[in-house]
Design a protein around this ligand. Structure first.
Ligand code: KIV
Length: 259
């Protein structure tokens, strides 16, 4: 069954958790899709995970489109969402429209994600949705604002929490189909999830969201700087490292190939 945006809404009503992960190439996208992941995000975290950049900020439209095209070739069932890179949508709703339209046309993705909320971003979301472009919002810790907020938990004070709730309601009113809530207190995520009719997808936001997302490289143990809320489901850096060392050794010792 192919996952649709309407399906995500139904799953919220049915209390069926939404499973989301990030992908940046064909290989991982195929593994994720076959494992039954509902939503695959070509997140701008690919700048750090796949391209070795220090932050997500330098990622370009051309680079994200290149990666999203590879991911799309592998995805048969999951809903595919692609991040709008830093400065590809902040200038104006018109700029956002052009770049989001380009992502949908050139990658075949089902929607785009952008960071930020009320009031400016809500206007942009409304413009995209009016043009038929599904939008996933992203509130709380927004990595494109790293120079202002760092990678710290957001929404810790009453006022900060209320502001994130207001932003979530504004994004919903603007037509966003779901909202990623990153690194905020679980109780705040619970309150936002209860107030919204659209699904929330948490990352470091506790267990009360309608779904969960992680950066795939983090949960598989590929990352040296994984956030504190990540659970390690495998240590592939170690496993792959050992396999590669064995290959190097066997070639050097004349053990591979055997004849
Ligand atoms: O870029 C990304 O991978 C993301 C997820 C962390 C939600 O935005």
């Amino acid at each position: 069954m192919v996952v649709t945006i309407q399906q995500l809404m139904q799953w919220k009503q049915q209390n069926r958790p939404i499973v989301a992960l990030t992908a940046w190439d064909f290989l991982f996208a195929e593994l994720l899709d076959k494992a039954g992941v509902d939503l695959i995000l070509v997140g701008d975290s690919l700048a750090m995970v796949a391209l070795g950049m220090e932050t997500t900020l330098p990622l370009t439209m051309d680079a994200v489109i290149h990666h999203a095209q590879a991911v799309k070739r592998a995805v048969k069932k999951a809903l595919l969402v692609v991040d709008l890179p830093f400065m590809s949508y902040q200038e104006s709703p018109q700029q956002a429209l052009q770049n989001a339209g380009r992502i949908l046309k050139e990658t075949g993705a089902n929607g785009v994600k952008l960071e930020g909320g009320y009031p400016v971003m809500a206007e942009t979301v409304e413009r995209l949705v009016l043009a038929g472009i599904p939008v996933l919002g992203h509130l709380g810790l927004t990595p494109q604002s790293v120079h202002q907020v760092g990678y710290r938990q957001q929404g810790k004070t009453k006022e900060a929490g209320e502001r994130i709730l207001r932003e979530a309601l504004a994004l919903q009113a603007a037509g966003a189909f779901a909202i990623v809530l990153e690194h905020i207190p679980a109780e705040l995520a619970k309150e936002i999830t209860a107030q919204l009719v659209i699904p929330t997808i948490g990352i470091g936001a506790g267990s009360f969201c309608d779904g969960q997302i992680l950066v795939t490289a983090d949960l598989l143990g590929f990352s040296n700087r994984q956030p504190p809320f990540v659970k390690l489901y495998a240590n592939l850096q170690e496993t792959i490292g050992q396999a590669l060392q064995e290959y190097c050794r066997e070639v050097r010792e004349g053990k591979f190939p055997e004849s």
